[in-house]
Unconditional design. Structure first.
Lengths: 524, 230
């Protein structure tokens, strides 16, 4: 069969180089850790408990997030109200929210001295504790409920309006509409949403570190951390990392197979006309669900701002230095992410046959299954003989962060590059534009928006990351999230709140600056 | 001279065979029913499709596997002929240097071809600020600047009204030397500027014949397409 001939240029070798780099880092670091482990590793009973807990909390988080998201998404799909657009935008915010900041917000509401327990005490009821399984699940639901709502809302809005019109003309009631329109849509949408959230919660570290811990609430990633930092048992850490890699890899493969890609963009501003949902009862139910969801998301965020403002004025100078280090790490991480993602995306779109193109794209997604802690430790083990470890903490963190955000950048850039190539590729080929000429005069100007968006996400995620750095940083190498964690651990809550607010502002500002930079003067 | 030697292109269950020489210089139309393979033939000549068997020769040298940009030809597509983010002058300039490294002489050339297609003074506009007819002129200006011996027209003017289309066809006949291969679904276009015509039907491209003879005394398969009764 005739194939479209295409001058490939240097994109493909560069793409393979990037893929090889990612693969050798994710898999090579695991091997490095195994190699350095002298004693053959065995799993302790505590490790089995960690594996069980990881799967349990991820399943619970996924099921609860999705179950709560269904009525919220349905309400958002069929109600028009002032602030609806803002609320949907807000649903995208937890993605950019540093985990440690969210935890402070949740503690302010559900913590020992939080709003909820203050109210319970006033009513002479026993206080509740946020620590343990339910705390971990609560935090995961806080992060993933918005994602689930967005995924399911997309499903609802994808039902053509004509169907509802037809249903109305056939005089279908809510029960019939549920049976003929909504249940089939949910059956197609829910498995994907469940798998994606399950996958995200599998590698949870910072939430388990702050709200879990102890023998009964330790995730695999947290067990890896403990194996490294308390026992320096590289063999066990590597074994646990291997288990996590397998578990997450399988979950990721299933998720990719069944999940519909989540749209990062907009397109959710449409409201359906629903002739069956005009009764006062349905209206009241929808209002209650939207109000509850908004409260659950907004109150912790408001508490971060409210508690943080006072703390901003008393920040120790260490926080300022930590902020500067975090910004540097984030900028380095963005550079590395784009340097890997752009050639990868270009190679994935131009490479034939499809099989090798898929393999290449798959390499970019490898880090989803990898443990950032093992990545970091592996890099340390490899670089230890040739560099001073004290100088490595920040570069290693930036590199690991870049790898962890690479899948998001690829998810954004591959379709964007494909669209540009689809529309303009033939013309560029006919003019002989290849390599840097194609990058400079075609891809870069057409891709500024998605590149800016990917860079913004990458910067914000790196800025807020609390992972590898927790293992390696000594007192004067902390990043801002680690500094917040240390202030929290020292019960200096006012300063912690101030530093958390600063972290939130800086993360959002970095995202905004990159995203904005991509939009400004973007070619029509 | 362009020679197609035992060319066969397969796309799914569609297949097209061509074996012919295209007169040089001169305008040759490619006519035939839609879906017959007119654009496919042009894509194979332009290097956008690799034929399953057969060769494309230019002046005796085999160019079958040459990438599109390296062939002695330039293509005007049906749409997306201009990069929307670049100015008219840049769009034309890409025809001279694909990296837009332009000398003073190159810039003079750009200005002169823009003048020749009647767009004087519009060099710094973006395509979106131009009408459809003006955008076609920019694409033609770039073809002039590229100065390749073969120009392939894949119905680039089909979205224009009849008046504008005739205007563009006349401009093509007036400005382009060398070989011009033009896909069209309208026999009037072919009669207007093409001395010769290639008829594609039933999976075969027939060697070029005189356009007037072909259309005034059509073979049966063309007669069906033209809708004339014998």
């Amino acid at each position: 069969m005739a194939e479209r001939a295409r001058p490939l240029g240097p994109a493909v070798p560069l793409g393979w180089a990037a893929a090889g780099f990612v693969a050798s880092l994710t898999l090579g670091t695991l091997l490095a850790v195994i190699w350095r482990a002298e004693v053959p590793a065995r799993l302790a009973p505590a490790d089995w408990a960690a594996i069980r807990f990881t799967v349990l909390q991820a399943s619970l988080s996924a099921v609860i997030s999705v179950a709560l998201a269904i009525p919220v998404a349905r309400a958002l799909a069929r109600r028009r109200f002032p602030g609806r657009g803002a609320l949907i935008t807000l649903l995208g915010a937890p993605f950019l929210l540093p985990v440690i900041v969210a935890i402070l917000g949740l503690l302010a509401v559900f913590g020992r001295a939080g709003i909820l327990n203050t109210a319970l005490t006033a009513l002479n009821l026993p206080p509740i504790s946020i620590y343990g399984l339910h705390g971990v699940v609560l935090a995961h639901v806080f992060f993933n409920l918005p994602l689930a709502v967005r995924l399911i809302l997309q499903g609802w809005l994808a039902i053509p309006a004509e169907r509802f019109r037809l249903a109305a003309s056939l005089n279908m009631g809510p029960a019939e509409i549920r049976r003929f329109l909504e249940t089939p849509m949910l059956r197609a949408t829910l498995p994907g949403a469940l798998m994606v959230i399950f996958l995200i919660c599998l590698t949870s570290f910072a939430i388990a570190l702050t709200l879990g811990g102890g023998p009964r609430a330790t995730t695999i990633e947290l067990a890896i951390y403990q194996a490294f930092s308390f026992e320096f048992d590289l063999g066990r850490a590597a074994l646990l990392a291997g288990i996590q890699f397998t578990l997450t890899g399988i979950a990721a493969l299933v998720a990719f197979r069944i999940a519909r890609p989540s749209d990062f963009g907009t397109g959710m501003d449409r409201v359906m006309d629903r002739w069956d949902a005009k009764t006062p009862v349905t209206r009241a139910i929808d209002t209650i669900w939207i109000a509850l969801a908004a409260l659950f998301l907004l109150v912790p965020l408001i508490m971060i701002a409210a508690n943080g403002i006072a703390g901003l004025t008393i920040l120790p100078s260490a926080v300022g230095w930590a902020a500067l280090r975090s910004i540097l790490v984030a900028l380095t991480s963005v550079t590395v992410t784009l340097a890997l993602a752009l050639p990868l995306a270009m190679a994935v779109t131009s490479l034939r046959p499809r099989g090798s193109s898929r393999l290449l794209e798959g390499c970019g997604y490898l880090s989803i299954a990898a443990s950032p802690l093992v990545l970091g430790t592996g890099l340390f083990v490899l670089l230890f003989p040739i560099a001073n470890p004290a100088t490595l903490a920040l570069p290693v963190t930036a590199c690991v962060n870049a790898l962890m955000t690479l899948p998001f950048a690829i998810r954004i850039l591959v379709p964007a590059v494909a669209e540009v190539e689809d529309r303009h590729g033939r013309l560029a080929d006919s003019l002989g534009m290849s390599g840097t000429a194609r990058l400079r005069w075609l891809l870069w100007p057409r891709l500024r928006r998605p590149i800016g968006f990917a860079a913004g996400l990458s910067a914000a995620l790196s800025m807020g990351d609390l992972g590898v750095i927790a293992l390696f940083a000594d007192a004067d190498q902390a990043t801002l999230p680690l500094q917040v964690f240390r202030l929290m651990s020292a019960y200096r809550m006012e300063e912690a709140a101030g530093a958390a607010l600063l972290l939130l502002i800086l993360s959002l500002a970095l995202f905004w600056a990159f995203d904005r930079g991509g939009r400004a003067n973007a070619a029509a | 001279m362009l020679r197609l030697d035992g060319l066969r292109i397969t796309l799914g269950d569609f297949s097209l065979a061509a074996d012919m020489e295209i007169p040089h210089p001169g305008i040759t139309a490619i006519i035939g029913p839609s879906g017959g393979g007119k654009s496919t033939l042009l894509a194979a000549i332009g290097g956008f499709l690799t034929p399953d068997t057969g060769h494309v020769f230019w002046n005796g040298s085999n160019i079958t596997t040459l990438p599109p940009g390296d062939r002695p030809m330039t293509t005007l597509f049906q749409d997306n002929n201009l990069f929307p983010h670049l100015t008219i002058a840049q769009n034309v300039g890409l025809g001279i240097s694909p990296a837009l490294r332009l000398s003073v002489t190159d810039r003079d050339l750009i200005a002169s071809v823009i003048d020749r297609v009647g767009l004087t003074g519009l060099a710094d506009r973006k395509p979106a600020q131009l009408s459809g007819g003006q955008q076609s002129r920019v694409a033609l200006a770039r073809a002039l600047a590229r100065n390749k011996p073969v120009v392939l027209l894949d119905e680039p003017f089909s979205a224009l009204g009849p008046g504008l289309r005739n205007e563009m066809l006349d401009l093509v006949a007036e400005t382009l030397g060398g070989t011009v291969l033009m896909v069209t679904h309208d026999p009037a276009d072919a009669l207007r500027i093409a001395q010769n015509a290639v008829l594609i039907s039933g999976g075969t491209a027939r060697p070029p014949t005189d356009t007037k003879t072909l259309i005034s005394d059509p073979p049966p398969e063309l007669r069906d397409y033209l809708g004339k009764t014998p």
